[in-house]
Design a protein around this ligand. Structure first.
Ligand code: PGA
Length: 259
């Protein structure tokens, strides 16, 4: 696992955009997208590069991590709509290849299986963007999620509902159930890029990077991945014991390995 610590959220967004842009330039790239507040600055930067520098997404396909169960696609807070509003409507990706789990499926178990199959048939995800919840979730894999789980229905932790209530009229309007890529699904992506900013994520980041690999902190599964990058700001890094070493390793990274 590589840990990159940048001064603030703006610097994190720049480096994340550099890493993502390298993949976008590849033919037939499969992107793994995430919703939430954290990736927004990176999406803004990629949109700017598309509009001002000609960065093209015409050959890209994209799979979203998760979706609320029961929200219609055109609901402002469905992730189907959110990813379009925040990102994909502003670039030249073909809308029909921006896929997300079907939160309205009558049979969520079958919908989960179908989603995993679609990812596999696309050749797998090249780079998967990840946020992290204050409880260590990635996607919507809450504590206790099997480290080898597949796309399936999950029940949100009350803390996640509280965290996400800011997007809804009230916490009572946040769906309780979701369809999320499993940890086994997520870790099949060839490169995982986890972003976190702000002090509120510091404990979850410490558990992810320096705690045991355990379903207690689902993001700790990144420790088992051969190519995982944890890109965070100083505030999110504030509880890491080896922060100085991570800085040192990054500063001494051979130039050919840099994004
Ligand atoms: P956030 O959400 O980026 O809005 O903090 C992250 C997550 O819950 O995965």
């Amino acid at each position: 696992m590589e840990v990159i610590i940048k001064q603030d959220a703006a610097a994190v967004a720049q480096v994340a955009a550099d890493i993502f842009a390298d993949y976008i330039k590849q033919e037939n790239v499969v992107l793994g997208l995430a919703t939430g507040s954290t990736p927004l600055a990176m999406y803004q930067e990629l949109i700017r590069r598309h509009k001002e520098e000609g960065l093209s997404f015409a050959h890209a396909r994209a799979f979203l991590l998760d979706e609320y169960i029961g929200l219609p696609r055109d609901h402002e807070q469905s992730y189907y709509r959110t990813i379009r509003n925040e990102f994909t409507d502003h670039i030249d990706i073909d809308d029909s290849v921006v896929l997300s789990p079907d939160g309205l499926a009558e049979n969520p178990t079958e919908a989960g299986k179908a989603y995993d199959k679609a990812i596999a048939e696309a050749g797998g995800v090249d780079i998967q963007l990840l946020g992290i919840g204050t409880d260590g979730h990635i996607g919507f894999n809450e504590p206790g999620s099997s480290l080898v789980s597949r796309t399936r229905m999950k029940t949100l932790h009350p803390q996640t509902i509280k965290d996400n209530a800011r997007f809804f009229p009230s916490a009572a309007d946040v769906p309780i159930h979701v369809l999320t890529q499993g940890l086994g699904t997520i870790t099949e992506a060839r490169h995982l890029l986890l972003l976190a900013t702000g002090e509120g994520k510091a404990e979850a980041i410490a558990a992810t990077v320096e705690g045991p690999v355990a379903a207690f902190c689902p993001a700790s599964v990144l420790q088992l991945h051969p190519h995982a990058t944890v890109l965070i700001d100083e505030a999110a890094a504030s509880k890491l014991q080896f922060a100085e070493y991570y800085h040192y390793a990054y500063d001494h990274k051979p130039t050919w390995q840099r994004p």
